[in-house]
Design a protein around this ligand. Structure first.
Ligand code: NAD
Length: 387
């Protein structure tokens, strides 16, 4: 294979952006050969390509090697399973599924290790998060004591939610800020620090917006080694914050405002405490700052890495299998808040699915989607297609 032939399912906001990257040659050795959307209006800009109204027909068209799923969340599972069963490589948008039981079904369909199955966790390409992960996982930071991540710079207006359709509904989206915006951060969290063993959380539903799902979350996590973490997110605060602080035996990391600071203890905190003969002494410290010119290649880098994985066997930056961690954390936070209980991990996936079914049963009907939010990208695409 010289070039990977991509088909995109769902050419709304994000699918259109991915299409543009592929059509303008941003991804080496990759081409867009067909698209699919249930909304015929969204297919119009792609008239120069074969288009499909049903994902099953696109998947069976013989026109693709890989499918990129950019539909609302619930369909990631069903379309992903179909594409995997038909032998295609699959790249799914985040989250890989709405709830853990769906994620398990989806991952179980990936039985052929020659099929590449990735997830669009574009923030994994950010060198700041890569550096934090390396400092934690190499042991350079020592045993982690406490993590605090306030990630509230996901502000969204009422107009964003008022576009209607699947967004911010239990039936259409399956959750709010945890599943949509902060799913990136939950993925990074477990990618950098691993999974906790217990979760408790307070979620506020429609605190800032006229929506039924959560738009404000404060969670407390506990790790097997006794480390604790707070995770705070919201779509209602502006100016928002993105501040990640990690206290560890060998020092402290703070990431905020595009700066990563590492204050390193010359002697680890635990050892110093045991060996110092002075009551109020502290270890000597050195300060290091990491800055990077940008936040990495983001979506294009994930598309490139996925393509390279198919053509050359490059290791995936974001395997879909790892995407279940973010789903599990989001589900656990929601469940804890709804029940007022501490939720043990690994999560009881069937139990949470039953809880979600109750929320759906009591939910408002989903309104028709407003398509206005994606209009700007369209004329540009038409130009590219006709050239
Ligand atoms: N990685 C990122 O940075 C990022 C950013 C935005 C959105 N997303 C993800 O992309 C996905 C889509 O979000 P969006 O904002 O583009 O939504 P959107 O509503 O703008 O687009 C979704 C499109 O999917 C189509 N669709 C729905 N069901 C379908 C089906 N069964 N088959 C074919 N087409 C179908 C809709 O008609 C619509 O055109 C979501 O999973 C979202 O989380 C990711």
């Amino acid at each position: 294979m010289q070039k990977v032939r991509f088909g995109i399912v769902g050419v709304g906001g994000m699918g259109t952006v991915h299409a543009r990257y592929l059509l303008t040659g941003k991804v080496r050795h990759a081409e867009l050969t067909a698209v699919c959307d249930i909304d015929p209006n969204r297919l119009k800009p792609f008239a120069a390509l074969p288009t499909f109204a049903h994902s099953a027909d696109l998947i069976r068209s013989g026109l693709l090697d890989a499918v990129l799923i950019a539909t609302p969340h619930y369909d990631h599972t069903t379309i992903g399973i179909d594409a995997l069963q038909q032998g295609l490589h699959v790249l799914t948008e985040k989250p890989i599924s709405v709830h853990k039981a769906d994620g398990e079904r989806l991952l179980a369909a990936h039985t052929n290790c020659r099929q590449v199955f990735g997830a669009m966790f574009n923030q994994r390409t950010d060198p700041y998060y890569q550096k934090i992960r390396q400092l934690v996982q190499s042991g350079e930071l020592g045993a982690v004591q406490r993590i605090q991540w306030t990630i509230t710079d996901w502000y969204r207006t009422e107009a964003y939610y008022a576009t209607g359709g699947w967004r911010a509904t239990w039936r259409g989206e399956g959750g709010g800020v945890l599943l949509n915006q902060a799913t990136h951060n939950l993925d990074l969290f477990q990618w950098m620090f691993g999974m906790p063993t217990q979760v408790r959380a307070i979620c506020r539903f429609g605190r800032y917006h006229d929506i039924e799902v959560e738009d404000d979350v404060t969670a407390l996590l506990e790790y097997a080694n006794g480390a604790t973490a707070t995770f705070i997110t919201s779509t209602g605060e502006t100016p928002g914050t993105n501040r990640l602080e990690v206290a560890a035996d060998r020092g402290r990391l703070v990431y905020e405002n595009n700066r990563l600071e590492f204050i390193r203890n010359a002697v680890p905190a635990g050892e110093f405490s045991r060996t110092s003969t002075e009551s109020y002494a502290q270890p000597r410290r050195t300060r290091q700052e990491f800055t990077f010119p940008n936040h990495g290649g983001q979506h294009v880098a994930i598309l490139q890495n996925f393509t390279d994985a198919i053509l050359d066997g490059a290791p995936l930056l974001a395997p879909a299998a790892e995407g279940i961690g973010a789903v599990e954390l989001a589900n656990a936070m929601l469940w804890s808040s709804l029940t007022g209980r501490v939720v043990d991990l690994p999560l009881d996936s069937a139990g949470f699915a039953a809880q979600l079914a109750q929320l759906i049963a009591a939910a408002r009907p989903v309104q028709a989607t407003g398509a206005k939010n994606i209009a700007e990208a369209r004329p540009y695409l038409i130009e590219v297609q006709t050239n």
